[in-house]
Design a protein around this ligand. Structure first.
Ligand code: SAM
Length: 233
């Protein structure tokens, strides 16, 4: 069935996702949660390439305003019975979700407080050993990006983020990581940031040696810079 998307905020992540999420492919009973699903581009890719066992499922949380709800439904139609739709804001839904997830993707409201809230509410719902991916770790909101027509560069993004920390997702994600120090292993840090949960809050952390907080330095191999045209919001 032909799929219809008006934007592509996802394809540049595929190379990393294949690597980070390889362990879930063909595994039965995998549970995924996506905060911010839009037209279902990431959702459909996950169902086709990672949640490939017929018992694996995904919960999608998005207010789905306007016409893109119709497009989302059509794009995930082949897997519809394995998709649970929550048509609402994540702050109303995520705290109410039951069960534990193997993978959580945070790509909803990109204001720092909202990201922090999504991270804090998601973490207890992520299994120990599960994977959390934040989108837009190095996103610079358009209002403060004075060079929107210039090709994206990580160095420039980091400079702008350092000048406007209160408006950028990185501030919230770094704050969350500081608070969770010792409870995760960093899997990748580029335009997106991926980590594996090692422990629940309150666990005895003395035996955990993997955890690191990302330093403010050029990224490990990532999805590559987004072209200006694919940046969102
Ligand atoms: C960049 S898009 C997501 C792209 C999608 N993950 C993909 O790969 O194509 C961001 C989405 O977050 C949604 N969103 C914004 N605020 C939200 C909130 N508070 N809770 C859940 N979703 C939200 C928007 O409606 C939008 O569909």
């Amino acid at each position: 069935m032909a799929r219809h998307f008006t934007r592509d905020w996802f394809s540049h992540n595929i190379e990393n996702w294949r690597c980070w999420l390889a362990e879930f492919k063909d595994r039965p009973g995998v549970r995924a949660l996506e905060i911010g699903s839009f037209e279902g581009r990431a959702t459909a890719w996950l169902l086709e390439n990672v949640l490939t066992d017929g018992t694996s499922r995904i919960d999608c949380v998005d207010p789905f305003r306007n016409d893109y709800y119709r497009r989302f439904l059509s794009n995930v139609e082949p897997w519809r019975r394995r998709v649970t739709i929550h048509r609402a804001s994540s702050d109303a839904v995520v705290p109410t979700l039951s069960g534990a997830f193997d993978f959580i993707y945070i790509d909803g409201d990109h204001r720092p407080f909202a990201i922090l809230s999504d991270a804090v509410h998601s973490w207890p719902r992520l299994k120990v050993g599960g994977i959390l991916i934040f989108d837009d770790y190095l996103f610079v909101p358009h209002e403060i990006d004075r060079q929107r027509n210039v090709e994206w560069s990580e160095q420039r993004a980091r400079r702008q983020i350092a000048r406007h920390p209160a408006q950028c997702p990185k501030t919230a994600i770094d704050g969350f990581l500081m608070a969770m120090r010792g409870q995760y292993e960093l899997l990748g840090q580029g335009y997106q940031l991926a980590l594996r949960k090692l422990a629940d809050p309150g666990a005895d952390l003395s035996s955990l040696t993997f955890a690191t907080v990302p330093e403010d330095r050029p990224s490990a191999p990532g999805p590559g810079p987004r072209r200006r045209g694919s940046l969102k919001r």
